[in-house]
Design a protein around this ligand. Structure first.
Ligand code: HEC
Length: 138
């Protein structure tokens, strides 16, 4: 292999590496939200069905997912997003505690508090591309 040719290969490999790295940066966040969506829907179903155990399980999952969300936003210096994630995490913990005690009324109230934070964060930081997907607006 001559020198120039190997240099070209190295440059191409570098471009690919950067491409993969930036794709991966967005993907994990997407994954978190894709997990949050159905878990949140399942939580509502369990609450409406008075299933305390099922609701507590979903709430525990949400608590972890919002901790992950919080960790994602922290280094971006986006204070309000960190706050929404934190409040959603705390409200998930409250839903879990109430559901375990079969206090479905309190659980529903905290559910509404989670929902408010989904909405607030999406309003401020989620952008609809108009192409059937969303992007982050830090
Ligand atoms: C701290 C901010 C924040 C909170 C809190 C939050 N989201 Fe999101 N969400 C985003 C951002 C930003 C996007 C767009 C980027 C993306 O899709 O990865 C998004 C995208 C989504 C998507 C689309 C995922 C996709 O690409 O298909 C769903 C579904 C979703 N959120 C559900 C929820 C639900 C349900 C809650 C509350 C239970 C919630 N989110 C709370 C910031 C947040």
């Amino acid at each position: 292999m001559n020198r120039q040719f190997s240099l070209i290969i190295i440059v191409i490999a570098g471009v690919f590496a950067v491409g993969i790295a930036s794709a991966q940066q967005h993907r994990p966040y997407n994954q978190i939200m894709k997990d949050i969506g159905p878990t949140f829907a399942s939580l509502k179903k369990n609450l409406d069905a008075n299933s305390g155990a099922g609701a507590a399980e979903d709430a525990a999952k949400l608590e972890k997912l919002f901790a992950e969300t919080e960790a994602f936003w922290a280094p971006l210096n986006t204070g309000d997003a960190v706050g929404y994630a934190k409040k959603a995490r705390e409200a998930s913990a409250a839903v879990g505690a109430a559901a375990k005690n079969n206090d479905m009324k309190a659980a529903q109230t905290s559910y509404t508090a989670i929902q408010k934070n989904c909405g607030n964060c999406h309003l401020a930081h989620r952008e609809d591309t108009g192409k059937d997907n969303y992007i982050i607006r830090p």
